[in-house]
Design a protein around this ligand. Sequence first.
Ligand code: ADP
Ligand code: MG
Length: 475
Amino acid sequence: MSKTAESVWSNCLSFIEDNISTQAYKTWFEPIKAVKLNDNALSIQVPSKFFYEWLEEHYVKLLKVALTRELGAKAKLVYIIKMENTYGNKQPFTEKIPSSNRSQMKDQEVDVPLKNKSPELKNPFVIPGIRNVKIESQLNPNYSFDNFLEGESNRLARSAGYAVANKPGGTSFNPLLIFGGVGLGKTHLAHAIGVEIKEKYPEKTVLYISAEKFTQQYIESVKKNNRNDFIHFYQIIDVLIVDDIQLLSGKAGTQDVFFHIFNHLHQNGKQVILTSDKAPVDMIDIEQRLLSRFKWGLSAELNHPDYDTRVAIIKNKLYRDGVEMPEDIVEFLANNIKTNIRELEGAIISLIAHSSFNKREITIDLARKIVDNYVKHTKREVSIDYIQKVVSEYFQMDVDTLQSKTRKRHIVQARQLAMFFAKKFTKASLASIGSQIGQRDHATVLHACKTVDNLSSTDKQFRKYVEDLNKKLTL
Ligand code: ADP
Ligand code: MG
């Protein structure tokens, strides 16, 4: 069978998958498309220049081994970077970069020259004297890279942010869009990038602003009839950080003005950093032309932190506050607050406050009470009707049969299971459960609960019923 780009690449992928973590595989290899195979040269398409740089930096050896296994010692790899063209021309274009590992992989394809993305535009509008105005960056120095702990959940966003901080405007991730749910560190990371840039490039004008404040300023400027001054002010910024960009949704005027500012900054090689609680595809009521610009650079997601990262964040916080906390309580917190780092921090602060105000030790009991305040209980209320429905369906009978007076064993068992789960998942009394499940009395329900308990410890098949139903009811 002759080799195709797909077959070669798919073999490479199986090899690669076996050699790196699943997370890394998903992030860096799944998005790649095999495009072409010419003799010994495999062309792969990657989503961005950043992607290409990352692969070359971290995975070039692995790629080489994988490719050599497939295509022999003369194997070559050609990257094709998918990009949207920026100005005027809507045609997407690609940039080909042969792997930098040139010793073995010679005979490269000719590079297709990149269109000049940032023609030097002189700002024709500079207000005389405005450059002398010192612009306060509005950055919070407490949000730094040092205390933004790294984990699987934030690795891409954090590294991209760091790369941007090292070379603002000089990487292909412009804009850098950081997105993710509430309390996962978007604002922190955005500040950290700004703080780092200020440290490395003190002469650069960095400005952090929330989209909300930006909108207010804009409205104000329209009222005061100085919309142009507003725009000019933003156009002289070197690094513009706009937090919670999803708040521009539905605000056509603000979007329009932001569009012009964005274009100006981007064309002049200035860095734009955005955060959003949604991925660009999920943003609503944001103009298409603006959305398409958000996608020019890199969109990096902040995911829910894994257990180890949560533990590390807690410990780091405690360390910075000079507080000691028993290990089992740290673990308890990390196990119970999973989806929001702000809530995790809130719980720690309240725990410390409670224990110091009341001069009490930090105990698991106290931790449990506080966690209850922080974790929203969104468990769905399970009703007795619902339980009967689920149990009947599971045993493929109807609810009337389940409630009937018959003594057939499998029906009796189903009924007992319904009673057992009604006791377990609702606050109803035994009597009330009995009256709702086929007009039985409280003693029958009690007996049912005991029977289910007994059977599930002696009968394997029966235990499986209990487990299955438990799963269905708690979904
Ligand atoms: P978002 O803007 O996504 O809602 P924030 O940036 O306000 O979230 O983060 C919430 C809190 O969690 C902040 O106090 C922040 O310092 C903390 N935090 C988030 N991610 C990390 C991290 N990786 N390491 C340490 N602290 C973090
Ligand atoms: Mg925020």
